[in-house]
Structure formats: structure tokens, C-alpha cells
Design a protein around this ligand. Structure first.
Ligand SMILES: C[S@@+](CC[C@H](N)C(=O)[O-])C[C@H]1O[C@@H](n2cnc3c(N)ncnc32)[C@H](O)[C@@H]1O
Length: 211
């Protein structure tokens, strides 16, 4: 347990960590049997504890940030982001295609006492980004990898100066490589953007925008 993190939040993170461990052999079996793609929605597909902690540290260092999460899944990264948002006076808008996953995530955030700082939205993030007003301070990009680049085109004009963008799965899985490399080239070619690949978790591209 970390002294700076509320016990109710830590209890929820521990429950996720137990589920992550219990899913590992099932995922391995599904990959071996070729059923992973058909059963993918059963799994958390989380950023993992190290990336979660890094997201929390980065977001907490901002002042009252507006945080956008693309790909809520079952809400693991949402809890790390929401804890940082609460500590820094900010808020999280998180987007997920699946109603069932979003409902689970909402329930876990409630258990962690973080409901007040999270706005759960269900639907296609590529479309829903258009509904957001300008002024994003932090973005986590973690939905299906072919959507990274289209989402970047949508959220980039809404970034505030000093905004941080973190994108997951830049190193693993190998099957995502082509799509994430396109995204990496796109974000690195944006003016006033500084970007670096960090080998934490499944590989994070961390980018900063200075207007
Ligand atoms: C890798 S998971 C996200 C994991 C989550 N960030 C975490 O660490 O717990 C990707 C999620 O993106 C969602 N997704 C895929 N395409 C989407 C879209 N167009 N709009 C919203 N969510 C989408 C999937 O349903 C899936 O739950």
C-alpha cells in the first residue's frame, strides 16, 4: 500500500490486481487455442501496475487537469487517473464502446470513492471526442490500436499548452506494432510536440504539447 493513496482506492486496485493474476493463464490458453480475439471482451486488458502508477504520478503533477481516457475497459487505468484527478482538483472523462465494461468500471470507481471525479461515456470515442470542449491537459490513448491515429487527429486541436499524452502498447503486443508506429510517426511530426518511448509496462509513448 502507498501512503499517499487512500485505503479504499488501494482495496479496489488490489481487487483488480487479483483479477489480472487470475486472467493470465486463461489469456495464455485462449491465445494458444486461437480463441483470444473471440473472447477478448472477457479480459481487463489493463495497462498494468507499473504504467498505472506512472500515469498517476504524471497526472498528479498537473494542476486541476481535465483528463481524457480513450478505452475505459473495466476501469483499471481509470482508478489510477481518477485518484490523481481528485488529488490535483481535476476530473476524468473516460470513453468505452462496451456498456457492460463501462458499468463495471463505474461500480469499481464508486467502491473506490472516486465517482465524483469521473464522467463515464459509452460509445465510439472517435465520434465522442467531437463533443468535448477544448482544454485537455492529459490524454491516455488505450483503445483499439488502429484508432490511435484517428483519435489523435480529433483530440490534438483540443490540447492545452503543457498537455501530456500517454499511449499504451507501443512495444507489446507485436500484432499492434504497425498501427502504433503510424501513430508514433504522426504524434512526433506535430509541431510543438516532444515525445519519447518509455519501456514501462507494454511500452508507453509519452508526449508533451507546448503551444
Ligand atoms: C486495452 S483496453 C483499455 C484498458 C484500460 N485502459 C485499462 O488499463 O484498464 C481497450 C478498450 O478500448 C475499447 N474500445 C475499442 N474501440 C473503441 C472505440 N472506438 N471507442 C471507445 N472504446 C473503444 C475496447 O472495448 C476495450 O475495452
Amino acid at each position: 500500500m502507498e501512503p499517499s493513496i487512500d485505503p479504499a482506492v488501494w482495496k479496489v486496485l488490489d481487487a483488480y490486481h487479483a483479477r489480472i493474476e487470475s486472467e493470465r493463464p486463461r489469456i495464455r490458453r485462449a491465445v494458444e487455442e486461437g480463441t483470444f480475439d473471440a473472447t477478448i471482451d472477457e479480459f481487463l486488458l489493463p495497462v498494468g501496475p507499473e504504467s498505472g502508477r506512472l500515469l498517476n504520478i504524471l497526472a498528479k503533477s498537473l494542476k486541476a487537469p481535465t483528463i481524457l481516457e480513450l478505452g475505459t475497459s473495466y476501469g483499471y487505468s481509470t482508478v489510477w487517473l481518477a485518484e490523481a484527478a481528485r488529488a490535483s482538483g481535476g476530473r476524468v472523462v473516460t470513453m468505452e464502446l462496451s456498456e457492460k465494461k463501462s458499468a463495471y468500471a463505474r461500480d469499481m470507481s464508486k467502491k473506490a470513492g472516486l465517482s465524483d471525479v469521473v464522467d463515464f461515456r459509452v460509445g465510439d470515442a472517435v465520434t465522442m471526442i467531437d463533443e468535448l470542449s477544448e482544454g485537455l491537459d492529459f490524454v491516455l490513448v488505450d483503445l483499439w490500436k488502429s484508432l490511435y491515429e484517428p483519435c489523435l487527429a480529433k483530440f490534438h486541436p483540443k490540447l492545452r499548452s503543457g498537455a501530456i499524452v500517454v499511449s499504451d502498447n507501443m512495444i507489446e503486443p507485436a500484432s499492434a506494432r504497425e498501427a502504433v508506429m503510424k501513430y508514433q510517426a504522426a504524434i512526433r511530426s506535430k509541431p510543438k510536440m516532444t515525445s519519447i518511448l518509455v519501456p514501462v509496462g507494454s511500452g508507453l509513448e509519452i508526449s508533451r504539447y507546448d503551444a
